[in-house]
Design a protein around this ligand. Sequence first.
Ligand code: SIN
Ligand code: NI
Length: 254
Amino acid sequence: MTTTEPTPTLIVDEETISAYRKDGVTTIRNVISPEEAARFRDAAIAVSGIASDYAGSSAIFNQYVNVWQQNDVLRELTLHPNVAAAATALAGVPVRVWHDHLLIKPPHNGAATEFHQDAPYWPHAGSRQSLSAWIALVDVPVERGCMTFIPGSHHHQGLRAQDLADRDDLFRVAPDLRWEQRLTIPLRAGDCTFHNAYLAHSATPNLTDDPRIAHVTIYIDADTTYTGGGHVVSDGLGLTPGQPFAHESFPKVG
Ligand code: SIN
Ligand code: NI
C-alpha cells in the first residue's frame, strides 16, 4: 500500500513573530526546498518568455504580474500553504492575496531598486499588516540584486508614493531614515524574506552574469477596503469603494 506524506506545516515561532513585529522584516530559510525552487524557477523563465512585462522598458527589473492566473505551476507557489501560513502568523490577522509578481533583474542590469515603501502604491484602506513574501528562485548574493531593509521604518505611515528609480526620494519624505541602520539579506534559492508593506526597502543592481529571479506574493489584511484608486490588478473588476476586496482575484489564504 502506498501513502502520500502530508506536506509538513511550517510553524513560525513566537520569537520570530515578535522580532518581525518590531523590525517589519524576517527571513525564513528553505520556505520551499531547493528542488521546488528549481521547478518554480523553470516555470518563471517560461512565463517571462510569453507574459507581458508590466515594468516596460525599465532597467530596474522585468515585472510579470499575477502569474498565478497564467501558469498552473506558479499558482502552486503563489497559493503555497506554508508561505500563506507564515504570512498569516506574521500578520496576526487573516489575509488575502493582493497580487503576485515575478521580479527579474537581467544580468548586469545596472540599476538598483531604490528605497521605497510598497503600501503607498496601492488603493487600500485599513491594511496595516499587509506584507510581501519575497522568495528567491535562484541564489541571490548581494551582487545579484539582493534586498536591503531599514528595520523599524514600517512605523512611518501616510507618506506619498516614492520613486523606485530615484535614490533620494524616500529620504525627501522621511529624512530621518537616511541615518538608520540597514539590513541586507542574501538568500539561497528557496529562502524567503517577509516584509511589512510600510517597511522601507531597496535592492542592489545585478552585477552578475545570471538573472536574479524572485517570486513575490503580496498579502493584505482580509478586511482591507478599496479606496477607488487605480491599480493594474483591481481596475475594471467592478469593485465598490469602501468595500473589502471580496473577489476571486484576491483569494483568502492561510
Ligand atoms: C526588487 O526585488 O528589486 C524589489 C522588490 C520590492 O520592491 O518589493
Ligand atoms: Ni517594494
